[in-house]
Design a protein around this ligand. Structure first.
Ligand code: CA
Length: 516
């Protein structure tokens, strides 16, 4: 039996940011510890410990050994049995100073890593926050846990975030003595796909969702990624005339910038709109006798293919192209190392083909079509039917870096247009806003103004809703004011306005402005 909490001193208002709710006059340690006895269906609370800030805690699993806790909170470790053959491990961090908001968090890659960085970030902004291992323990480069485990796949494809929302909210209610006021979600990459999946499949789970650089159209993303490797001869890196050594990518990246940097009106190392960049690799093709700092005709062919969209067996678009500019900084080596990237390698071997020895020499459009037909766990996450989420008043913010080296940013435009067509809404401003971030890599980093509150790893973030997408989604849900744009900050402290699609980012001679 849980002790009955004294009633909290504040009836949480509809719109207040600044009025904190604390667990009133309770012994945090004692109340927190009592959660281990909490009866929740299919769930075991493994531990519940109050932590006083700041603290470094030991973490379970293979992903990392410790994590920072910078706010005083009740840390709850739990396991949720999703079926007889699958389970989700999760942690709920319940801050002493709580503003009445719930925050679910996502994952990355094929991984099963609890997102400790964003647990700390969420609780530092006074959200009761929960993150899970996505149904399996392991880092981003793993895929073996899926082999012959369809329920583990289901956790990964759609269920882990749902159960963390359902069970997490029960923990919140028990600890604070009342239910949350509003619920939010924050994630990027696979986490962006999970947030999109939540809006599609479980539209009541979250009032506001921030889904960054989303790995939507998952099956085609994996197929496209494998095909990018095939363009340069993977899985055979050497003795292949199409292969592009890492040093040569620096030459290519410099040539991409030379051809396309100024298209936006200013040579600043950033290609604002990569879709306007018609990169011509012929410009650096080797002349007779030239052997360095240039590409062969076979490499020119490979580059032409890399910067084209991927089309399927019937000529249909499978996936937008690799963004010119994304090849910079050596990031391209995930795809162009001469090996198949670990993500499609793990996915196709262990989730699609159930063949741990599958040889990617045979990989092609037929394999992608097979992945489509199987669609393990319904993971595709490429539907425009967000009508239920829209109808219940849900708000959705998504963003995508324009030099994302792992997920083509064109796919987020494509997703926007799919939703627009499906719902017959020319503009989705009412509930869904996409911000394209020039000069940003996958989820963050790069030469642009790439920090805007999208996660706990970003520095230089200004914690106001104009500069922080997590605070912006709160304002949208609770005050009805959606963000017209998002102001990012770069590593040198520079700022830039990021425009919401389909507005364009236009250089006016002094700064970038957003225009339709
Ligand atoms: Ca530029």
């Amino acid at each position: 039996m849980l002790p009955i909490l004294k009633s909290v001193s504040l009836a949480f208002g509809l719109i207040h940011h600044a009025l904190p709710t604390t667990v009133n006059e309770i012994d945090h340690a004692k109340t927190c510890a009592s959660l281990v006895h909490l009866p929740i269906e299919n769930t075991t609370v493994l531990s519940a410990t109050h932590i006083t800030r700041p603290s470094n805690i030991a973490t379970p699993g293979s992903c990392q050994s410790q994590a920072l806790v910078s706010s005083s909170l009740c840390r709850v470790q739990l396991v949720i049995n999703t079926t007889s053959s699958s389970a989700v491990h999760a942690e709920a961090w319940l801050p002493d100073i709580w503003y009445g908001r719930f925050l679910g968090l996502g994952n990355g890659g094929l991984g099963g890593c609890i997102d400790y960085s964003n647990l700390d970030y969420g609780t530092s902004l006074h959200f009761a926050s929960i993150a899970s291992d996505n149904g399996h323990d392991g880092t981003d480069i793993d895929g073996t846990k899926f082999l012959n485990h369809p329920e583990v796949l289901n956790d990964f494809a759609f269920r882990a975030v749902h159960v963390e929302a359902v069970i997490g909210k029960q923990l919140v209610k028990s600890y604070y003595g009342r239910i949350h006021h509003k619920s939010y979600y924050l994630g990027c990459s696979t986490g962006g796909r999970q947030g999109t999946q939540a809006a599609l499949k479980f539209p009541d789970d979250f009032d506001g969702i921030v889904a960054g650089s989303p790995a939507t159209d998952w099956n085609h993303l994996q197929g496209w990624t494998a095909m990018l490797g095939r363009r340069v001869g993977a899985p055979h890196p050497t003795g292949n005339s199409k292969f592009i050594p890492v040093d040569l990518w620096n030459t290519i990246a410099a040539e991409v910038l030379r051809q396309c940097d100024a298209l936006d009106g200013i040579e600043d190392g950033i290609i604002t709109e990569p879709d306007e960049c018609e990169f011509r690799p012929e410009a650096i093709q080797c002349t007779e006798g030239q052997t360095t700092g240039c590409v062969s005709s076979a490499q020119v062919d490979a580059l032409r293919e890399i910067y084209q969209p991927l089309f399927g067996l019937e000529g249909e678009l499978l996936y937008p192209r690799y963004d010119p500019g994304a090849e910079a900084d050596g990031n391209s080596q995930e795809f162009f190392s001469g090996s198949i990237s670990s993500f499609p390698e793990g996915w196709f071997r262990f989730a699609v083909l159930n063949d741990s020895m599958y040889n990617f020499e045979n990989f092609g459009l037929n394999t992608i079509a097979l992945g489509d037909s199987i669609n393990p766990g319904g993971i595709a996450t490429f539907s425009g039917n967000l009508s239920a989420f829209q109808a219940r008043g849900g708000k959705f913010i998504t963003y995508h870096g324009r030099r994302d080296q792992l997920i083509g940013s064109g796919n987020s435009k494509r997703m926007y247009n799919l939703i627009s067509q499906t719902l017959a809404m020319p503009s989705l401003d009412d509930f869904y806003r996409l911000f394209l971030i020039p000069g940003m890599n996958h989820c963050g980093g790069g030469p642009g103004a790439t920090a805007f509150g999208q996660g706990g790893l970003e520095s230089n973030v200004v914690n106001t809703s104009s500069h922080n997408v997590l605070l912006a989604i709160v304002d949208w849900v609770e005050k009805g004011v959606g963000p017209d744009n998002v102001i990012g900050t770069g590593t040198a402290g520079q700022t830039r306005v990021h425009c919401r699609y389909p507005q364009r980012s236009v250089w006016n001679g002094a700064s970038f402005v957003c225009e339709l």
